[in-house]
Design a protein around this ligand. Sequence first.
Ligand SMILES: Cc1cc2nc3c(=O)[nH]c(=O)nc-3n(C[C@H](O)[C@H](O)[C@H](O)COP(=O)(O)O)c2cc1C
Length: 327
Amino acid sequence: MKGFKIADIEIPSRYVLAPLAGFSDYSLRKMASDYGAGLVYTEMESCEAICYHSQATIDDAKATLLDKRTENNTKLALQIFGGKKESVLKSIPIFESLGSYDFLDFNVGCPVPKVMKQQAGSFWLNRQDELISLLKEMVKISSKPVIVKIRIGFDVITDVVHLAKEIEKAGVKALAVHGRTRREGFVGEVHYDVIKEIKHSVDIPVIANGGIDEHNFLEVFSKTDADALMLGQRAIGYPKVFADMIALEDGKKVEETTLLSQLKDLKKHLKLIFSFKDERQASDIMRGISVRYIKGFENSSKYRQQLVHAHSLKQYLDIIEDIEKSI
Ligand SMILES: Cc1cc2nc3c(=O)[nH]c(=O)nc-3n(C[C@H](O)[C@H](O)[C@H](O)COP(=O)(O)O)c2cc1C
């Protein structure tokens, strides 16, 4: 298994779990880590919210302490977002005092209206000079290496090569590139050629992102020459994707995925999330995730109805037991 390095920190594999709001909490991070992800990201955390002592953001920051208990050597990036320079800078020591992580990632890609309204996320693509000056200060303040995740343009593909070079000059240690513009959202064509251009114009590691799965990952490596690959949607309900890619990369046989193996993973995921979130929160989050573990298998629509109505760990486990008995 090959790894890569960011700022002299060894990352044990070249497969990265993307930041996924509503999904990449400790439980999915641990699932991905156990399956060999070399680097995992938190959900995006609000700089404004932490400055105003939001309990949910404090809890998320503290949950990074759980990642550090894992026996794996997986590295963790805490992703933050914000549109105001003062609160972004003010938030950094607060996050550091609450949590434990290896890299501080800044979100320059989020297209959702709530974030755009704050002139944060992908809105920074319209404020590039301000972004660079902010990054320079973040690098000074953060005791962890700063990394950045960008999209390749706002409405259309823009000169992201220039931006990438400026980001590197600001002292940022790695760049994750989602090969779509803000307008292109989360589905459809990914411009791997643009990621390749960026890769060849900077010296810091480039992590390619967008539309990657266990079938196309080798092709994406060759299309982008990236140092590592970041997976988002494919890992939701299928964290085993990391193990599949590592096996394929090493020329080993991929372990068969069956409904039974997926249910085993779902049980593990449930137990993890119910171990650190309250029952209501955990049930709400797992509603969307649990059905993705069984998607595509026979009778999954019948069980889907039951899973989306579960309100406790016990209810989830009872449904899973029923499915297991029916196999
Ligand atoms: C539900 C969902 C939540 C996401 N949350 C974040 C986030 O918090 N921060 C971020 O930088 N990107 C976020 N993204 C974007 C992903 O990190 C990733 O860039 C995008 O989904 C493309 O990769 P994929 O095709 O492998 O999913 C999110 C995407 C989805 C679908």
